[in-house]
Design a binder for this molecule. Sequence first.
Ligand SMILES: [Zn+2]
Ligand SMILES: [Zn+2]
Length: 335
Amino acid sequence: MKALRFHGKQDIRFEDIPVPGAIPAGHVRLQVLAAGVCGSDIHNLKTGQWISQLPVTPGHEFCARITELGSGVEGFAVGDRVVVDSRAHCGQCDFCLAGAGNLCRHMGFVGEVCDGGFAEQSVQPVHRLLPIPDGVSNEIAALAEPLGVALRVLNRLAPAPGAAVLVAGGGPIGGLAAILLRELDDRPVYLIERNEGRAQLLKDVCGVIPVPCDSAAIHAAMGGTEPAYCIEATGNAMVMEQLIAAVASGGRIALVGLSSGLCALSTNAIVEREIELVGCSVFREEQRQAMGLLERLSPLLRQVIDGPVGLEQILQVYEAAGSGANVKLKTIIQP
Ligand SMILES: [Zn+2]
Ligand SMILES: [Zn+2]
């Protein structure tokens, strides 16, 4: 079958590999229907940092159809469409047992510690499968994973009803968070996004208000007020500094953007103005909750995705996603 294979840092190849053999107990064979490339896929290509199986088939954002059941599989049938939970958490450690699977002591991800979805077929354990509601297309279902991450950010940010939120970074996670903020609650959402096409797209789709990455300009755009809630989805230290300067005293900044190294911050401002910084990692139940929102959000989500394109174009999709020049948030791949 055709598959994308990661062989090492800066070395991914589109290859022909054998289809997976006999299906282990508790697992299913999947025919991949639609998949998305994540920022972490790009990060892995550059650094190889999180990969523990080599070679590995990347891809943790995908929807698929079950074509074969291993022994002992219950609750799913051949023909069912499913989305895969991207987390390969151990299920045994203290965090997992306490329901905090995103903080697992042995955390790994599908496509990093085991083969993922950038292939015609994938084999996954049944506990990772989430059923797709009937009214949701394959392309939209492939967004359930990043939408779960965006929902996690909102849960961690916990903005007061109606309060304005400032989002820095209109990429897949920041963009989806902005859409959720606008759609789930009637509140103003301000967006810092240097890609003008993307800022305009999100303005058109959900009515965000684009603002420059400058605290004084943000306050001016907000009629002289300061945002009590911010989302940092760029991982860029300069952006973070502007958020610290922009946020109201006593306000909260939810961090979901990953940076590539150490980050110097104005800690005195954080102390003196009692700014709360909260980290947000993957999701707990949020991907499952996101499944329930997909149908309602479909008309909006459809406008922020490109494709589908064939699996053979995936190297170009990686390149375009890595450049940050894409207007759409995701290009959907269809093996
Ligand atoms: Zn992802
Ligand atoms: Zn664990």
